[in-house]
Design a protein around this ligand. Structure first.
Ligand code: ATP
Ligand code: MG
Length: 401
C-alpha cells in the first residue's frame, strides 16, 4: 500500500464565508498551473480541503512545488481506504511503515466525522494504536511529542490517514484580492514587498523605471531576473519598463537639488498610477520602509503620495532592514538585488536630499516645467514583457526552503 494522494488544508480562507468557493477554485487553478509538469495528477476539492491524486506522479517533487503556493496552510501525504475497521488499521500501519520508524515514537489521533461509523474516536485510537504496536519493532507511544503523528479521519466518503503535516506558504491564493502595480527597483526591498503583496492574494504587475544610457542593459536584466524569482509565487507576471531618462534629466536641470529626488519619485508614482488605470489595478505596492532613507521619512511619503489618491500599500513599512534582508534571502532575491548595477535613482541622487520636504515647494518648482508631455511620452514608450515561471531554472527550487 502506497501513499496515493496529498491532502491540502486551506487554513484562513476556509473561514471566508461566501467567498470561500471563489478562493478554493482559484487555489485549485493556481496549483494546477504550478503542477503543469505532472499531467497525471487529478485535483479533487471540497469545502475545507483539497486532494491531489498522484496517479503515479512523484510526490517529493510535487510537495516541493506546493511550498510556494499561497493559500495553503499545510499539506500531508495521505492514504485513503473504506470505512472498515480492518482496512483502516491496515492502512494506518502501512502509512507508518513508509517511514523509517525504528527508534521513533508515535501517536494516533482519530476523528470520527461520519457519525454513522460504529466506533468512536477513543476506541479507534486504541484499536489502531495497538495494531501498529503489534506489527512494528522499536516504535513506542508518545502522546505529547510524537515523531510520527498518525491522523485518521473517518469521513462519509472514506477514511484518510496522514502521518506528517508540512507547513505551506500561508496567505491567500494569488489573484483573490485583486490586482496591484508593484514599483520594482533593482534593490533589496521592493521584491520582498512584491512577495508579501502576493501572499495576501494580490496579483501583481511590476513597473520599473530605467534611464538609459545612464542605466545599462544589465540593470534592466537584473529587474527581469527579480521578476522571474517572484513568478515562483505568483505565476505569470507582467513587467512594464518605463523609459525615464527625459523626465529625470528635466527634473535634474530645473528642480533645486534638495527636491529633485522627491520630484522624480512623484513622477514615478504618477506614471505608475496611469499604468494602473490602463491595466485595471486597484492599488500600488512599494518597498518603502518608514525612516529607512531620505525619501522614506513620513514628510517625504506625504509629499510623494500627494500625486494620487490610489491606495499605496507598503508591506515593509514597519520592518527593519535586517528583517527585510532575511526575507529576501528566503525568497532568493537577495543575491540578485545586491549586484552592483546602477539604478536610475542612484545616478541622479542629490548629495543632500531634503528629509523634510514641503509640498508647496515641490509643487512650486514643478510648476515651471511642462512634465505632462514627457509623462505621456514615457507611458507611450513603455515596454511590457510577460515573464513566466518556465523562464526560471528548475533546479533553483531546491535552494528555496
Ligand atoms: P529598494 O530596495 O526597493 O530599491 P530602497 O530602500 O532603495 O528600496 P528607495 O530607493 O527610496 O528605497 O525606493 C523606495 C521605493 O520606490 C522602492 O522600494 C520601489 O518600490 C520604488 N522605486 C524606487 N526606484 C524605482 C525604480 N527605478 N523603478 C520602480 N520603482 C522604484
Ligand atoms: Mg532603491
Amino acid at each position: 500500500m502506497q501513499y496515493d494522494r496529498i491532502l491540502i488544508r486551506y487554513g484562513e480562507m476556509s473561514t471566508k464565508g461566501k467567498n470561500r468557493n471563489r478562493f478554493v477554485v482559484r487555489l485549485k487553478r493556481n496549483i494546477q498551473k504550478k503542477l503543469k509538469a505532472f499531467p497525471n495528477i487529478k485535483i479533487e476539492y471540497m469545502r475545507d480541503r483539497m486532494y491531489i491524486l498522484l496517479n503515479g506522479e512523484p510526490h517529493e517533487e510535487i510537495m516541493e512545488q506546493l511550498k510556494t503556493v499561497f493559500g495553503i496552510q499545510s499539506f500531508s501525504l495521505a492514504m485513503k481506504c473504506e470505512n472498515d475497521i480492518e482496512k483502516i488499521k491496515a492502512t494506518a500501519l502501512a502509512a507508518v511503515q513508509q517511514f523509517s520508524y525504528e527508534g521513533k515514537t508515535f501517536k494516533v489521533s482519530a476523528k470520527r466525522i461520519d457519525k454513522q461509523f460504529p466506533i468512536g474516536s477513543n476506541d479507534l485510537n486504541y484499536e489502531i494504536g495497538s495494531h501498529i504496536l503489534r506489527n512494528t519493532k522499536n516504535l513506542t507511544v508518545n502522546v505529547h511529542e510524537p515523531d510520527i503523528h498518525v491522523r485518521v479521519e473517518v469521513r462519509k466518503d472514506g477514511t484518510y490517514v496522514t502521518c506528517h503535516d508540512i507547513p505551506g506558504a500561508g496567505g491567500l491564493p494569488v489573484g483573490t484580492s485583486g490586482k496591484a502595480m508593484l514599483m520594482l527597483s533593482g534593490g533589496i526591498d521592493s521584491p520582498v514587498a512584491g512577495y508579501l503583496a502576493m501572499k495576501r492574494g494580490l496579483e501583481i504587475e511590476a513597473v520599473h523605471f530605467f534611464s538609459p544610457p545612464f542605466t545599462s542593459e544589465r540593470a534592466k536584466q537584473k529587474v527581469i531576473d527579480l521578476v522571474k524569482k517572484l513568478t515562483k509565487f505568483g505565476g505569470k507576471i507582467k513587467l512594464h519598463i518605463v523609459p525615464f531618462t527625459n523626465i529625470q534629466q528635466t527634473i535634474h536641470r530645473q528642480v533645486p537639488d534638495g527636491y529633485s529626488l522627491i520630484s522624480s519619485r512623484r513622477m514615478m508614482l504618477k506614471i505608475t498610477d496611469l499604468l494602473r488605470k490602463k491595466y485595471n489595478g486597484l492599488a500600488i505596492v512599494t518597498g518603502e520602509s518608514l525612516g529607512q532613507v531620505a525619501s522614506q521619512t513620513l514628510e517625504s511619503m506625504f509629499v510623494i503620495n500627494d500625486v494620487t489618491t490610489t491606495p499605496i500599500l507598503r508591506p515593509l513599512v514597519s520592518m527593519d532592514k535586517t528583517e527585510i534582508i532575511e526575507m529576501a534571502r528566503k525568497i532568493d532575491t537577495h543575491d540578485i538585488s545586491i549586484l552592483p548595477y546602477e539604478d536610475c535613482c542612484t545616478i541622479f541622487t542629490p548629495s543632500a536630499p531634503k528629509t523634510r520636504p514641503k509640498r508647496e515647494k515641490v509643487v512650486h518648482y514643478e510648476s515651471f516645467i511642462d512634465l505632462e508631455p514627457l509623462i505621456e511620452e514615457a507611458v507611450a514608450n513603455t515596454e511590457t514583457i510577460v515573464i513566466d515561471e518556465e523562464f526560471a531554472a528548475e533546479d533553483e527550487f531546491e535552494q528555496l526552503f
